[in-house]
Design a protein around this ligand. Structure first.
Ligand code: SAM
Ligand code: SF4
Ligand code: SF4
Length: 347
């Protein structure tokens, strides 16, 4: 791959692999009411686990301040995530400020859906949220419990999915597929949603963090899923956005769309235009980073916005991450030892 010096034009900033900065995922809390085995295994995230303290979390005002600065560098899209983002109070106020004060054109959210009710969904829409993604890995009690030992809310989550479709017109559903754990749920999920205005996204199980005991043998690849679906349904390819991380298809004759996020079998580092902000204000240039740049320091010290602007520009223009692309191909690739956890960085 051609590597050039980073350059800037019209305030857009480009990293060492010529990728512009456009998209920010913000984790607004590292806490969650669930303990999905692939993300927050319950024996590690137990009562002794040290979560971030309240005073470490960025306030909504601080988040807006950062976002306004990053907007100058071309930021167009934000996803609110966590932990479980709906554990933070009055998230709709943050959404409104992101839209109306920081003028971000697309603000979205990923949630486990357990804390949603009709009132909240209406509010999220009213305050400007553009779209929602709800995570759901299974429809059967058994595999739901293996993956997520706390989830007793299946009925509620399914109701939330219907309510989100009513209010937002559509919903994305994220399903992480793990071999021999919930691959037998793929067709059940598909048939359950085939008549609905849903985009069901199959996510390959990833080795984020250090606590989920990931091994490559447990990955059920997108191709495995496609082969399974093709036995019963026709698939029509839909054009993907240039920088999209998922490949989308329409189920022939039905409203359901499906998407594949193939981070393991078909990595997309080449077009990765996203940064990640943790709940305590660290900026990460890659999902698999072991180091976060301390942005909150700039917000909470006497330094001014120009200092933070310079700091950020420096981080992005030095960026050369491509973990997923090189880990299987580069001979001297060293696996990092202290990758940050998914619940902290937000996926
Ligand atoms: N709690 C919210 C939720 O579950 O939707 C938002 C945060 S969660 C970390 C964001 C997304 O990351 C979810 O869709 C989740 O399924 C996905 N995820 C978590 N751990 C993963 C892993 N090891 N591999 C692939 N996806 C993962
Ligand atoms: Fe919580 Fe989401 Fe992680 Fe599950 S995937 S433990 S719901 S943060
Ligand atoms: Fe982006 Fe890092 Fe994921 Fe590659 S591995 S797509 S650089 S976050």
């Amino acid at each position: 791959q051609k590597i050039m010096n980073a350059s800037t034009a019209n305030n857009m900033i480009t990293d060492k692999l010529l990728r512009n900065f456009k998209y920010l995922r913000i984790s607004i809390t590292d806490k969650c009411n669930y303990r999905c085995s692939y993300c927050m295994p319950k024996d590690i995230f137990d009562k002794d686990h040290q979560f971030l303290r309240k005073n470490e979390l960025l306030s909504y005002e601080e988040i807006i301040e950062v976002v306004k600065i990053l907007k100058d560098y071309g930021l167009e899209k934000i996803r609110l995530t966590g932990g479980e983002p709906l554990l933070r109070k009055n998230i709709e106020l943050l959404i409104r400020a992101l839209k109306e004060e920081a003028l971000i054109s697309e603000v979205t959210m990923t949630t486990n859906g357990s804390l949603l009710d009709m009132n909240k969904i209406n509010k999220l829409k009213e305050y400007g949220l553009n779209s929602m993604t709800i995570s759901l890995d299974s429809l059967s009690k058994n595999s739901t419990n293996t993956i997520n030992p706390i989830n007793n809310d299946l009925k509620k989550v399914l109701q939330s999915i219907d309510n989100v479709i009513d209010i937002f017109g559509t919903v994305k559903i994220n399903m992480v597929v793990i071999k021999s754990i919930n691959d037998d749920e793929i067709m059940r999920m598909l048939k359950n949603f085939v008549h609905k205005k849903v985009e069901l996204r199959f996510i390959e199980y990833m080795d984020v963090g250090e606590s989920n005991n990931w091994v490559s043998e447990n990955v059920f690849t997108s191709q495995d899923t496609i082969n399974l679906i093709k036995q019963e349904y026709g698939l029509i390819k839909i054009e993907d956005r240039n920088d999209s991380t998922s490949e989308s298809w329409q189920i022939d004759g039905y409203p359901l769309k499906i998407g594949f996020i193939s981070s393991i079998s078909k990595p997309f580092c080449n077009t990765c235009n996203r940064g990640r902000l943790s709940a305590d204000g660290k900026f990460y240039t890659c999902l698999f980073s072991d180091y976060g740049h301390n942005i909150s320091h700039y917000l909470r010290s006497s330094s001014n916005n120009e200092d933070l602007k310079k700091f950020f520009k420096n981080i992005w223009t030095q960026r050369d991450d491509q973990y997923s692309q090189i880990r299987f191909t580069r001979k001297n690739f060293k696996r990092k030892k202290n990758k940050v956890e998914m619940s902290y960085i937000g996926g």
